[in-house]
Design a binder for this molecule. Sequence first.
Ligand code: G
Ligand code: G
Ligand code: MN
Ligand code: NA
Length: 254
Amino acid sequence: FVLENNLWFALDNDEFYLEYQPIIDIESTKIVSAETLTRWQSKKLGLIPPYKFIPIAEENNLIIPIGKWVLKEACRQNKEWQDMGIAPITIAVNVSLKQLEQDDFVDTVNEILEETGLDPKYLEIELTESIPVENISHIINVLSSLSGLGIKLSIDDFGTGYSSLGQLKKLSIDKLKIDKSFVNDINVDTDNTQIVSTIIAMANILKLQVVAEGIETNNQLSFLKENHCDMGQGFLFSRPLGKDSFIEFLKNNS
Ligand code: G
Ligand code: G
Ligand code: MN
Ligand code: NA
């Protein structure tokens, strides 16, 4: 309850900030994108990791205003980098199902793009894999509208949930992010190594882009390169960075 009580005031007290983890084009080794990761620096409780506060925010619907702030701040920040003359990148934002289920979600995103002036093609929305069947038709409409705005859509933690190939086509998805548990097992566990190469091959057939998450070793990177994985993210390239360190990374890797 202590966490929840403090979470109610966190937004008004400016206690959230964003970190950005670089996503690299495996062929060119240049940065092409970054994933936004929200941090809560509570004045009372210290730094609280997202796995602790996101589930609470989802339960009490605080994820709606928090998620809106995150989207706006990410778009504003990306536009600011572009205005500095740095080669443009896509900014990827994690969005909860709770947010997608709001009737005004598409309008909210559209307003944010207009207010910040960010070209929609530089915004990507990351969804975790499991979409409940109850509201699948509403979600299909929302994703198709977002895609119509020119925003990119990706499935996060791919391989851990249970979306079917047919569903991926219906959901206007542009990109799959292979879960780090599989990437971690490359050349260690035979089954998981084959799952990685199979997901990449499948993504290529479906004309989806594919990102490997959680790359930590050059050995993993070589395997991914040989198997034609498009992009990579992980501690081998960079941890999530605060905005000053991130600008340095951008300048050195674009
Ligand atoms: O470093 P890491 O601990 O940053 O992130 C842990 C988890 O928290 C990730 O699975 C990520 O998807 C989730 N997460 C981080 N920021 C956000 C956010 O702004 N919204 C949502 N819904 N999830 C987030
Ligand atoms: O949204 P998602 O669950 O994909 O969030 C990414 C999470 O993965 C964040 O918590 C981030 O800090 C973490 N992460 C990013 N790169 C690596 C990595 O190379 N190794 C490990 N163990 N975690 C990573
Ligand atoms: Mn993510
Ligand atoms: Na993930």
